[in-house]
Design a protein around this ligand. Structure first.
Ligand SMILES: Nc1ncnc2c1ncn2[C@@H]1O[C@H](COP(=O)(O)OP(=O)(O)OP(=O)(O)O)[C@@H](O)[C@H]1O
Ligand SMILES: OC[C@H]1O[C@H](O)[C@H](O)[C@@H](O)[C@H]1O
Length: 393
């Protein structure tokens, strides 16, 4: 792999030494096909790993220090292994530091220092999980080099915990889980309450998944994400009048919700909860129609998902809506929706392979004239989850 050779050169230029002790790892980004804002409600999600992601080159060093560099960011860091703590000044290096902190939390103290060079191909802050990717690849690599088990479900949970507690972003489990457990040409049907999951072959036939990046950056921490979470918690509290044991909205069937929605006193909170329960139902129906290779029905469910995120959950915004509206006007598009947290970021559309060029041109033009922003498009295949790049390293 030419790129790995190039990265090794950069590693040696930056950290010195020779290339012989370098190991290489890769974790993908992810796209969520349907099941949005359901993970932290204990509901179902249906994401898939991308073929592009974060490559990590890593080698042990003699002292008890961690050297962090990234081809994506100018600032490199050298940090003592002992006493790892969040530090604003360490900027992006807080993500891999958070993993070292997390491993320690589980009794895994690194036995030596390491140099790490990251190379990311995922646009940051665009809803394709570059942060989950850097977390998961760091955890997998460090566990491998320390001779510890690399259980990818455990790695997902630890990475999520690091993001929640070390970085301070209260995300659900979907991103880290997809990045850690993805499989080529499969999407993951994950129950976020039990963490039971099934890899579902994604047979898209003549259709391609096309990601559209609005290039409207969204800030997860300062966005309305946490407000949505609290509204869901409020709905659960109200619904306990009928279900005293209820812990998460995802534990309700659609019918149970319909029969008791009136218990939620605030109208906005009721709409938020309705989105969650209906979206979980849409995930179940998606699996059913995909099992029958009914892509048309799946496209309609994608559309319904976006419309609900726009009208009930209110996390889309003008950019995502403009891109989805433009996408649905192109012949050969079966469905189009926002993906990820929302408030900007990316859309995902199911587009006939013969319409992809026209899609990119027409959606690009309409989107730019509606918003003044230049979008980017990625025609994507579904890739594998985290792993070591053994042959190529
Ligand atoms: N290759 C990389 N090198 C260094 N830092 C990275 C790399 N990839 C991601 N990061 C860190 O992760 C941050 C992006 O995380 P953030 O949660 O804001 O967005 P995201 O994960 O891309 O999007 P989303 O959470 O919506 O899926 C970057 O600003 C940087 O600090
Ligand atoms: O589905 C919305 C999605 O938003 C972000 O990507 C979070 O990191 C995920 O945990 C999930 O909540």
């Amino acid at each position: 792999m030419a790129q790995l050779t190039e990265l090794k050169k950069r590693f040696v230029e930056h950290f010195g030494g020779d290339a012989s002790g370098i190991s290489a790892f890769h974790a993908p980004g992810r796209v969520n096909l349907i099941g949005e804002h359901t993970d932290y409600n204990g509901g179902a999600v249906f994401p898939a790993a991308l073929t592009f992601g974060t490559t990590l080159l890593i080698s042990p060093r003699e002292d008890r220090k961690l050297g962090f560099a990234s081809t994506n960011f100018p600032v490199a860091k050298e940090i003592p292994l002992d006493g790892i703590a969040f530090n604003e000044e360490d900027d992006w290096a807080n993500y891999p530091k958070g993993i070292v902190w997390e491993l320690k939390h589980h009794g895994i103290e690194l036995t030596r220092g390491y140099n790490l060079l990251f190379h990311g191909e995922i646009p940051n802050g665009a809803g394709l999980s570059s942060s989950a990717s850097i977390e998961v690849v760091t955890a997998y690599a460090l566990l491998t080099l320390e001779g510890k088990p690399t259980d990818t479900v455990q790695i997902a949970l630890w990475s999520q915990h690091a993001e929640n507690e070390f970085i301070g972003v209260k995300c659900g489990i979907m991103d880290q889980f997809a990045v850690a457990n993805g499989r080529k040409d499969h999407a993951i049907h994950l129950d976020c309450d039990t963490l039971e999951y099934e890899l579902v072959p994604f047979r898209s036939g003549d259709y391609k998944l096309v990601i559209g990046n609005t290039n409207k950056r969204r800030g997860l921490v300062d966005s309305k994400y946490n407000e949505r979470r609290s509204q869901c918690e409020q709905a659960v509290r109200d619904l306990r009048a009928a279900f005293p044991e209820l812990a998460l909205l995802g534990q309700l069937t659609l019918q149970q919700f319909e029969d008791n929605a009136h218990l939620i006193s605030d109208e906005t909170v009721r709409r938020r909860a309705r989105h969650v329960v209906e979206e979980i139902d849409r995930v179940g129906r998606s699996i059913e129609v995909l099992n029958q290779d009914d892509l048309v029905a799946f496209g309609l469910l994608m559309n319904a998902s976006h419309d609900s995120l726009r009208d009930l959950y209110e996390v889309t915004g003008p950019e995502l809506d403009a891109m989805v509206d433009a996408a649905r006007e192109v012949p050969g598009v079966l469905g189009s929706r926002m993906t990820g947290a929302g408030f900007g970021g990316c859309t995902v559309s199911l587009v006939h392979q013969h319409s992809v060029d026209r899609f990119i041109e027409e959606v690009g033009k309409k989107y730019e004239s509606a918003t003044g922003l230049k979008p980017a498009f990625y025609v994507c295949d579904i890739g594998d989850g985290v792993g070591e790049l053994k042959g190529e390293a």
